[in-house]
Design a protein. Structure first.
Length: 471
């Protein structure tokens, strides 16, 4: 048996209050959808529509909650890498960074090479990870081909479950076709092979690209992840509880749309809101209030709606891999992991309020994640783990250090991969800063990565399809 620590920030009696408030907002205030296709879907299902605003009745929300699966298999190209989302943890690439950073080059606009590098690092990670998404924007490709290059690099260098990109309707269709080519038409049709992450235009609106991305994915039976990024005091109420209600309402609106299109479609709740830095009105990720808002959302997800979840867990507002980056990242990771999300998000090297990804922090964050995963694993409280016979055998005269039981089990203890646990004299002799050590580690992992993880036939098929689309 294990005792597993879990964090809660609101009382269970508040769940029904939040849900009832969300139903009232959805039915009486409504949610704006800018996509004509989304409006048409709601109209066909008898939803009251006023221009672009839809008024979703309570029973339709309840039906959608009932239809959505509590867990689902997320199929990878290599089935050994597939995951059951809703059980345990997986780590997801970041979404939204614009710049890359390293101690060698400083800070620069992301490139296609950086995108591929990050996919290779996720593939080689010792953590359970998924791949894809937009961990960094690429500045060396045109607006009509970025989505093709990003998914191509993901497929080429990984064999894990894939997250796609929220884009225009045409671009989303192209990415889904590429994934179908990679997975095989039959396997793609029969499995959830891809997920898309979508953000509302808070408060209470969904843009055209966001809505169309949800529609295209749901039509193909692929997963939708709805993550409001509300700023309390700017795009949501200044009160944390009010922002929790608004966030919940926006997620439920997306859930209803996906279930109207494809009942039973995989759906992931992603509370990802924060507060604003009110002196300047900008988004911050290191505020304690951020995790209070989102842990409450996770409680609703797991204990009231019983749906899979994702949580941003490793952010910082620091511009460098410094002490601020360390304590803000660890604050968010600890609070996040103890709320038990199924996906850990924005936790692999992010700096500057998710504007920059640091190669060195990517490596350091892997260790921080492994630390908090160990904490979440709790304490073995079985009779065997009590070690009563051993304690009585050793008494006050013996030593545990050389005992067979210690040799048998010492590898169960967590050990760092980056941090230094040597004595001062050994550390002084090594004379290696942690950033220098992390720098060497990411470079070695990229050097050891295979040229590609697909055969030449699939590579040619993908390139031919991309060429046909671009022409």
């Amino acid at each position: 048996m294990r005792f597993l620590p879990t964090m809660r920030v609101i009382d269970q009696k508040d769940y029904q209050r939040i849900h009832d408030a969300s139903l009232k907002i959805l039915s009486e205030t409504g949610v704006r959808f800018d996509s004509p296709d989304a409006i048409e879907i709601f109209k066909k299902n008898g939803v009251k529509v006023d221009n672009k605003k839809v008024f979703i009745p309570p029973q339709m929300v309840e039906d959608a909650i009932e239809k959505a699966p509590s867990k689902f298999k997320w199929a990878a190209r290599n089935d050994n890498q597939s995951v059951m989302l809703g059980d345990g943890y997986v780590v997801e690439p970041n979404v939204g960074c614009v710049f890359a950073q390293s101690i060698d080059k400083g800070r620069w606009p992301g490139t296609r090479e950086d995108y591929a590098n990050i996919q290779k690092l996720h593939q080689s990670s010792h953590l359970p990870t998924v791949v894809g998404a937009t961990p960094i924007q690429i500045s060396d490709a045109g607006v009509n081909e970025k989505h093709l290059y990003m998914l191509y690099e993901t497929i080429k260098h990984t064999d894990k479950p894939v997250i796609g990109i929220c884009e225009t309707k045409a671009h989303v269709a192209e990415n889904l076709k590429m994934m179908e080519i990679a997975m095989g038409e039959k396997r793609f049709a029969e499995n959830t092979c891809m997920a898309v992450s979508v953000n509302p235009l808070s408060p209470l609106a969904y843009g055209t690209e966001t809505s169309d991305s949800m529609i295209e994915y749901a039509k193909k039976g692929q997963a939708v992840m709805a993550l409001p990024c509300i700023m309390a005091g700017v795009s949501g109420p200044i009160s944390l509880f009010g922002t929790i209600v608004l966030q919940n309402t926006e997620i439920l609106a997306a859930l209803v749309l996906t279930q109207l299109i494809n009942p039973g479609n995989a759906f992931v709740m992603c509370p990802c809101s924060s507060t604003a830095y009110m002196k300047r009105g900008n988004y911050v990720t290191g505020a304690p209030e951020m995790m209070l808002i989102d842990v409450a959302g996770l409680q609703m997800c797991h204990e009231y709606y019983h749906l899979p979840s994702r949580l941003m867990t490793g952010m910082t507002d620091s511009k460098a891999v410094d002490v601020q980056a360390g304590y803000e990242t660890m604050q968010n990771l600890v609070m996040g992991i103890l709320a038990r999300p199924n996906i850990l998000h924005e936790c692999h090297g992010v700096l500057e309020s998710i504007m920059t990804v640091s190669y060195e922090k990517f490596i350091i964050d892997e260790e921080l994640i492994s630390r908090v995963l160990r904490v979440a694993d709790g304490i073995d409280t079985s009779d065997d783990a009590m070690s009563l016979d051993l304690i009585m055998e050793i008494g006050s005269e013996g030593s545990y250090f050389t005992h067979d039981e210690t040799f048998k089990r010492y590898k169960e203890l967590w050990e760092p991969k980056v941090s230094d646990w040597h004595s001062y004299s050994e550390w002084k002799e090594l004379d290696e800063d942690i950033l220098v050590k992390a720098n060497k580690m990411w470079k070695k992992r990229l050097a050891d990565a295979p040229e590609m993880m697909i055969d030449k036939e699939l590579d040619r098929a993908l390139l031919d399809y991309m060429k046909s689309v671009r022409s």
